[in-house]
Design a protein. Structure first.
Lengths: 380, 231
């Protein structure tokens, strides 16, 4: 059924996708709501349109395509590597713009050549945008969580702090707050009276005794039968928390971290700058950097203009299934993000795939592209 | 123009609210029988009273269907988006005290703050194959507090309309967000309140719908002044 509200360029865009050797898929508009809430968190609930099936299953109008495309891939047990393309309507309440709009994109599942697949995703996004907006100067922002993770690990912080920082990556405010706390720990952590009692009794230092004590208390209070966290989980996290409380990042390490997060430079200059930075600050992050270098080289190979791509070290997305590359494409001088994407190596296993499937993809905001085309037309 | 005040239709809240209005020189009498759902204020011809359930009151004030309401701040903040733009908390009435709190199992020795909870939530999925589950009837307050104030996104809300304290022990959720006045029910269920886990210190309030017609209406100011003077 042809839809009369489709953007005028939809046909040309699909032809581009076909030339890029992707398999066009469609997914139902009505989707189970659980996977979206599970992956994106409870905040999404306010923005998606939910309903219930007769049997009480939570359903929603498709808020995006990545999760449905991945679920379909798992259900149909299609082999990898496989490149999917989609174009269709999504439903989501936004601060600006209508809450039903078109998105299109490519999901590249299972290609073991990560650098090559990353580069192709960026190149394809730039190519299809350039075809729609031939006169516009595109601007690409690129970030990489795995480099940040390597820097955090190389700074020698305890595991609990590493987790906190990595979890906050992409959320500037939260990250700066954590760094502030690391530099100047105001409170030594809050511990309940029970923990102080255990410390006095000497149980706290001995993990086995602590686990036994927690298990015994659970038994006595009748809590154990349904306990979601095991005595060992609690004991280990308590140890982690004691470390969190006593860790202080020295001035040098803090300034290394801040120096790294401030990087904002042309992608072509980034490999050299990062290697110099690692050498200067004595950080062992070669593994992460070699992946980064391979990606930069692959981007040049797919023919994407590296001159319009900037690397911003602090750029990330606060969703826990993005693992390394993230990128956004805008038209130079305008604030609207026309395409966004990244690598989500964890998502397919989280959604129930039995084997590990690396994945990278991007999606296009067709209504914003339409507006950009109209703007370019009126400027002529 | 007649001003409508919505009051709780039964229980302690009704008695306490009536007592305050009486002290304020606004004695409330039921129209018709004692069980009538309409009332008036002796000597205030331009004021009428509607007796409603507590949750209806917050909704009706939010929509502007009534001018004033007496109900718990927790219910108002839970049921209305953009609450401070839509209503004004004109007076805190000093009864119906209850806190909306985040409570976790006592045995979680490693969790005493929201930051601890954020750490636990962040890798809950990797360890247990599902998100941290929160039992509550306070969807909005929970979301605002967790995501807005503490940057915690990775959790799921499990709706609970009664006996929420029992959810962690029964296994239907890991932690709860619930109302408590003395904390004794939480204690009996082996739950503890996080040290920074008080979302709201609620009490009964006189709440006014922000309506353009209230501008310059002397009756509005007189009602607020009379109630404040009676506290």
């Amino acid at each position: 059924m042809p839809l009369i509200n489709l953007p005028a360029f939809a046909g040309d865009l699909l032809a581009d996708f076909e030339r890029l050797k992707t398999l066009r898929v469609d997914t139902p508009v009505i989707q189970p709501a659980e996977p979206f809430l599970d992956m994106a968190g409870e905040d999404l609930r306010r923005r998606i349109f939910m309903t219930e099936s007769e049997t009480g299953e939570s359903l929603c109008l498709r808020p995006e395509f990545t999760i449905p495309v991945c679920l379909r891939h798992i259900e149909t047990a299609t082999g990898t590597p496989q490149r999917y393309a989609y174009l269709g309507e999504v439903f989501r309440q936004r601060r600006d713009g209508s809450s039903e709009f078109y998105q299109a994109g490519i999901e590249d599942l299972g290609d073991p050549d990560t650098a090559g697949a990353d580069a192709r995703a960026i190149g394809d996004a730039m190519l299809v945008l350039a075809h729609r907006l031939p006169d516009a100067r595109l601007k690409v922002t690129l970030g990489d969580q795995s480099v940040f993770e390597a820097v955090v690990a190389a700074c020698g912080l305890p595991a609990g702090w590493q987790k906190r920082l990595i979890h906050a990556f992409g959320d500037q405010k939260q990250l700066q707050k954590l760094l502030g706390e690391l530099a100047d720990p105001k409170s030594p952590g809050v511990f309940g009276p029970e923990v102080e009692r255990l410390a006095i009794m000497g149980i706290l230092e001995d993990e086995e005794r602590l686990v036994a004590h927690i298990a015994g208390t659970m038994e006595a209070t009748g809590y154990s039968t349904n306990a979601s966290r095991s005595p060992r989980d609690i004991a280990r996290r308590l140890k982690e928390k004691l470390e969190l409380a006593t860790t202080r990042l020295d001035k040098a390490a803090l300034s290394v971290m801040r120096e790294f997060l401030a990087f904002d430079l042309a992608l072509a200059d980034a490999p050299a700058a990062l290697h110099q930075f690692a050498g200067r600050s004595g950080l062992k992050i070669e593994d992460a950097l070699s992946l980064f270098d391979a990606r930069v080289a692959a981007i040049a190979k797919v023919g994407a203009d590296p001159g319009v791509i900037r690397y911003r070290a602090a750029f990330g997305r606060p969703l826990d299934y993005y693992t390394s590359l993230v990128f956004e494409v805008e038209v130079e001088g305008t604030p609207a993000v026309l395409a966004g994407g990244g690598r989500f190596d964890r998502l397919l296993t989280l959604l129930g795939a039995r084997e590990h499937i690396p994945a990278v993809g991007f999606s296009l905001w067709l209504d914003r592209i339409e507006r950009a085309i109209a703007l370019a037309g009126s400027a002529k | 123009m007649t001003i409508t005040i919505a009051l709780p239709s039964k229980g302690r809240m009704k008695d306490d609210a009536s007592a305050i209005f009486e002290r304020a020189g606004m004695k409330i009498v039921a129209v018709g029988s004692d069980r009538s759902y309409r009332g008036r204020v002796e000597g205030w011809e331009d004021v009428e009273v509607a007796f409603l359930s507590a949750s209806e009151i917050s909704r009706e004030v939010g929509s502007g269907a009534v001018d004033f309401g007496v109900t718990g701040e927790d219910l108002v903040r839970e049921s209305l988006a953009d609450v401070d733009a839509r209503v004004e908390f004109s007076a805190r009435l000093g009864f119906g005290h209850a806190d909306v709190v985040v409570a976790v199992p006592e045995i979680w020795y490693d969790v005493d703050t929201m930051a601890d909870l954020g750490d636990v939530a962040a890798d809950f999925r990797a360890r247990h194959g599902r998100r941290l589950a929160i039992a509550t009837k306070y969807w909005r307050l929970t979301q605002q507090f967790f995501s807005g104030s503490h940057g915690i996104q990775l959790y799921r809300i499990v709706e609970s309309l009664g006996a929420t304290e029992g959810a962690p022990a029964s296994g239907s959720a890991d932690i709860i967000v619930d109302i408590t006045s003395t904390g004794s029910t939480l204690k009996a269920n082996h739950l503890k309140i996080l040290s920074d886990g008080v979302i709201l210190r609620s009490e009964a309030c006189l709440v006014r719908a922000r309506k353009a017609t209230h501008e310059g209406n002397p009756v509005i100011d007189r009602i607020v002044a009379a109630v404040r003077a009676a506290l």
